[in-house]
Design a protein around this ligand. Structure first.
Ligand code: HSE
Length: 451
């Protein structure tokens, strides 16, 4: 006997929603063979009813009120593609309370309100699936939650925002400054009209927060993430980095810090941070260009693994949404204790290992100082670093006339350091900045060897 198709309600039919609808239709036979029964979107809620109806055709019921979808007893799964923390949060909670399984691409919602949402889902015995929330079409949630369950995850570093990777790629290739490339990216449709969440690192931090939870079995704690975007990066730093054998990428980094001991003597901490990073040009991830995403995961047993693909777009993101629909179709009749836990670890086995403040992060640094080109400047700068116990890896000084702009009396001094505590570096930077021979704010970019 063939089972009747599972019925899906879609909240919001924009780019990802329409991709989900068309891929489900196009590949329905292949998907049915995998899922064991058909999967059909039978109801759509969207504010623009006419546009929605034109996309899905007359056989699908289109309504303006999302609550009509949640209230429909025929609907088994609700896909939330509205986005944001506002109405989307209410609708997801209402869908869970109504006993519906939920599929969402909403990283902001899960990074900020995930604890509340997953607790409610656990109580109701429903699934909240979110493959599409991190790195779009790349099945990184599946890899972390299932493929790598043998491992202690040591760290993850990802290019998890396509807009900023596109901008950085263009800045490097064309030697242009941030503002110029951002305008071009907006004209081409790569960047949103309001690109704030992308360029300020917030979108990447939402995704990194979700990965930190499933990698280490800690609650989602977006408020503890360090978030720095790419708006302050200049073409000069990208060029200097290149001369030193590095590329600059906006990375989301989550890292287990076994060596950390808190003032009260407790061992262990988690780094959760998003910021521009120098990455050795020879690493595969340094060569991920344009709007593509990539995630490196280091596990103690597997070693280094790399996942690469499209992090946004209609059908790539639909690919992840539909993978979740197939999972739910197979598993919704199973005892909820048999399912993969939402955050990979059993809810009663979550860890309270703290997310560390940025001052406790350990990394290496690229520093660029605009200095007066006179005797003793380098000695004073390196003296401050030595006094703070910060070890220098490399120094590059441009000839004064190569720099231009300010004239022959100033030059750029570039220093690469070995690993040090961020708090220690902050202290040294303050001292260097106070030197009368340091003529402009010091540029500090963190550096990750990723090995
Ligand atoms: N704004 C995101 C990006 C889209 O640029 O990657 C997917 O989350």
């Amino acid at each position: 006997m063939t089972m009747k198709p599972i019925q899906v309600g879609l909240l919001g039919i924009g780019t990802v929603g329409s991709g989900t609808f068309s891929v489900l239709q196009r590949n329905q036979e292949e998907i049915r063979r995998r899922a064991g029964r058909g999967i059909e979107i039978t109801m759509v809620a969207d504010l623009d009813i006419a546009r929605a109806q034109a996309i899905v055709g007359k056989d699908v019921q289109v309504v303006g009120d999302a609550r009509a979808v949640i209230a429909n007893p025929q609907i088994d799964i609700v896909i939330e593609l509205i986005g944001g923390y506002g109405i989307a949060r209410q609708l997801v909670m209402e869908a869970i309370e109504a006993g519906k399984h939920v599929v969402t691409a909403n990283k902001a919602l899960l990074a900020v309100h995930g604890t509340e949402i997953f607790a409610a889902a656990h109580r109701k015995g429903v699934m909240v699936a979110f493959e599409a929330a991190v790195a779009g079409g790349i099945p990184i949630i599946k890899a972390l939650r299932e493929g790598l369950t043998a491992n202690r995850i040591e760290w993850i570093a990802g290019i998890i925002n396509g807009t900023t990777n596109f901008i950085l790629s263009e800045m490097r290739a064309k030697g242009l400054d941030f503002d110029v490339v951002l305008k071009e990216a907006q004209r081409l449709g790569y960047a949103e009209a309001d690109p704030t969440f992308d360029i300020e690192g917030v979108d990447a931090a939402h995704k990194a927060t979700i990965m930190s939870a499933i990698a280490f079995g800690i609650p989602v704690q977006f408020d503890k993430a360090y978030v720095e975007g790419i708006t302050q990066l200049g073409a000069a730093d990208i060029r200097y980095a290149e001369q030193l054998g590095y590329r600059i990428k906006l990375l989301g980094i989550v890292k287990r810090r076994q060596d950390y001991v808190s003032p009260s003597g407790l061992a262990g901490g988690i780094e959760l941070r998003v910021h521009p990073s120098l990455v050795p040009a020879k690493r595969l991830i340094a060569n991920v260009e344009g709007a593509m995403n990539a995630v490196v995961v280091q596990g103690d047993a597997v070693g280094t693994t790399l996942y690469y693909g499209k992090g946004a777009g209609s059908e790539p993101t639909a690919s992840a949404v539909i993978a979740d629909l197939v999972d739910i179709t197979r598993l919704h009749t199973a005892d909820s204790a048999q399912r993969v836990p939402h955050l990979a670890f059993q809810p009663d086995a979550m860890s309270d290992t703290p997310v560390l403040p940025m001052s406790e992060v350990v990394t290496s640094y690229y520093l660029r100082l605009r200095v007066a080109d006179e005797a003793g400047v380098l000695a004073r700068v390196t003296g401050i670093l030595a006094g703070a116990g910060i070890s220098i890896d490399a120094v590059l000084q441009r000839e004064a006339d190569e720099v231009g702009g300010v004239g022959a009396t100033a030059t750029d001094l570039i220093i690469l350091t070995h690993d040090t505590r961020e708090g220690t570096m902050d202290g040294a930077l303050a001292q260097m900045q106070a030197l009368p021979t340091v003529l402009a704010p010091i540029t500090r970019i963190r550096k990750e060897e990723l090995a």
